[in-house]
Design a protein around this ligand. Sequence first.
Ligand code: ATP
Length: 572
Amino acid sequence: MSKNKYYKKVVELLLPYKRYIITMSLMMLIITVGNICVPLLQQNIVDDGLIGGDLKTLIVLVLIVVGISIITNLSMLWQAYLRIDLNATFLKDKQMEIFNHAFRLKMDYIKNDGLVQIIKDAEYSLNNISQITGNQMSDTFVQIFKFIGVFIGLILINWKLTVFLLALVPIRFLITSKISESVEKYQMDTILAQKEIHGWEDDIYHSATEIKLWNLYNKKCAEYNAYLQKRNTAVKKMGFFTILGTLLGESIQTIFFNFLYVVGGMLIWGNELSLGGMLAFVSYSNYLMEPIGFISDLKIVLSEVFPAFEVYDQFLNCEEEQSELQRIERISCSKIDEPIFKCKDISYSFKDRNILENLTMELKEGDRIAVVGENGSGKSTFINLLLRFYDLQEGQITLNGKEISEYELFSYRDLFSVIMQNPYLFRGSIMDNLTLFGENEVDTELLNSNLLEFIKRLPEKYNTDIGNNASRISGGEKQKIALIRALASKSKILVLDEPTAAYDKKSEKDFVELLEKCDKKVIVMITHEPELLSFTNKIIEIKDGRIIQYNGYESYLQMKKKKEKEKDEYNF
Ligand SMILES: Nc1ncnc2c1ncn2[C@@H]1O[C@H](COP(=O)(O)OP(=O)(O)OP(=O)(O)O)[C@@H](O)[C@H]1O
């Protein structure tokens, strides 16, 4: 992004908060007027009051100065409150933006980086970006107004001294401009190092058990140390250059400030300036120096913000599954009662590796389909295409005659109830998970099913708190709750990926009994369990990217036996 684009971005980001900015500017205007008046009054206090010996004038002038100070301080307080409010509101709005966007991202991004890392990276950039509504930034606006006020005041006292002081501005700007280039570079290094840490942490948080089992604690500590070291090196360099910029600027300022006495003395001796004027000028020149410092340091602050824009923009540019416009334009699936899916010549590959080739098949009411195949043959890939987690690369899938991409995504997904290989249960009670916190109605028949027998043995029954990621119940119990949750939903199609992997034999039988009674119009399951295969009326085997279809378990078994016999004969 070019520098101009960065500045445009700052304006774009602040535009929705213009009411805050206008009110804050009004406050600043009051402060500015105060800053113009006070040095002039100060000059009169010394010249007319102190040196002129007029007590009444002195008291009146002092009271006016005190009054102005009270008004400007109250304005500052109100302005500071608005600034805090703006910063908090900006952060909240942007965090919601991150959450909304992250959850709508295409599955590819989520599978590659993991949602935790995506959100953490974006939030880290946001924290840097939020400096544009933070203290330094809005203080800089205060300082700009202050600068204008004090500048006018000082010009009125003596323009020659003011011009001398202003010669400082280009020198200070040149220094910060050079320094900010280094700050920007090291800020980008810091963000990239932090991204690596987020990815690493995401992996570590999911592998606590393995780390203990394999005694990897020391190794992982060393890895963490190396990552933190890398980030800290960048942070330290960035911090060093930031301070260097400020210190160099302040040193130049001090030199100018001291030489002010020399120039001022010459003007007093030449009768171009009164002593009161000189004293007022010196004390208020500090008010001019402060804004100059602030404004030039702003460049350094922005050089910390700009690299964060880059990373945040990359996040925002990641494609969503469905845009708002698509949501409105697409057809709703809510009226579909009898779904018929036709898959025609579907091919799918990861990079250059073909997974599925010219897959053609049909799913319709009454189908009880098992998808079988070796590990890595593409069973989950097919399910992901059906659920629109992956975009089709070749071929088409139609639902009741229309391409599935023509349907509105959320209502399309409502057609399905899915149990993934490793289902996730939310933190809460068993009942919370069965009803999805009140979203789902679970009828008594399902609640009384044999599969939920285990709940009766729990002291708190359905109110049992299952802990984080169902850590307080067993793997089989978790799968059972996930199944009942799926069966309770009003969806038409049930998709199951190895649904009984953690079941005992009896539970498998209970499971099949339950499926026999369920009202789902289509059931698709990835399984190799004979008990489940015998329940199905169609078996689809994925082999070398292609599919072989069998009309039920019997024909599948016969074909398997035939092939084994042929193999034996060949070997013999
Ligand atoms: N995001 C990905 N990037 C690259 N390759 C992938 C990705 N996801 C899956 N694959 C590969 O695609 C192949 C098919 O994966 P898929 O998960 O569909 O297999 P599967 O038949 O469901 O396997 P399993 O029975 O082991 O669950 C695998 O070899 C896998 O390594």
